[in-house]
Design a protein around this ligand. Sequence first.
Ligand code: KIV
Length: 263
Amino acid sequence: MKPISLADLGQFKKDKHKFATITAYDASFAQLFYEQGIQIMLVGDSLGMTIQGESSTLPVTVEQIAYHTRCVRKGAPDAFIISDMPFMSYATPEQACHNAAILMQAGANMVKIEGGSWLCETVKMLGERSVPVCGHLGLTPQAVNVLGGYKVQGRDEVTANQLVKDAIALENAGMQLLVLECVPSSLAAHVSEELLLPVIGIGAGAQTDGQILVMQDALGITARPPKFAKNFLAPAGNIHDAIHMYIREVEEGIYPDESHSFS
Ligand code: KIV
């Protein structure tokens, strides 16, 4: 399999070819996911909750993401790896450059940061220094203390309009990919149409260009899974077939259906 690039993802969007991505934190799952056909993986700071058992992503450090990025890179040498920049690791553009370098040197192809237009300067600075940036809007888990919980975002006109403005501003600043989490399907569809870059949804309906799931949610391991999560392991019976099923359902627009989306 030829390694996938950002240009390929852009072409997927133009061709309306939907793609599935997943979080990965270690070499063995990364290898399995890649061999089953998932070429894009996120070393998410969700590992704070899924691997470390914390109650939020806030305690995760740059060194921990770098460690898991190295593990995933070893398991899937040709995957396109997005690594999360943890809470406060990009509070200023300079800090973002310093910490992004650590993640890129650990094997990331791109870094992901959570937040709106206030990050434009950071996105620009990273891009000019050859660090591709994925944005993250909607429910941004690092802001859980401001948001007051893990809630659907952009339900009213004011916050929905702000989200669209933020997405456009970040794209203009050089953002090359966007994760949109827990927003109404209609808003996610609108953002995906407005932007040239590929939008990856999680709890954002079926109209985004790609989908991402936390691997524990996709494999039915999470004790209290979010509404948008689907346990692919239960119907498939084994992990390999579960991943095949996830990829196929995303490509064919079967997942997420309305029961796994917000209106
Ligand atoms: O950290 C993570 O796993 C994420 C996904 C929920 C998109 O940011």
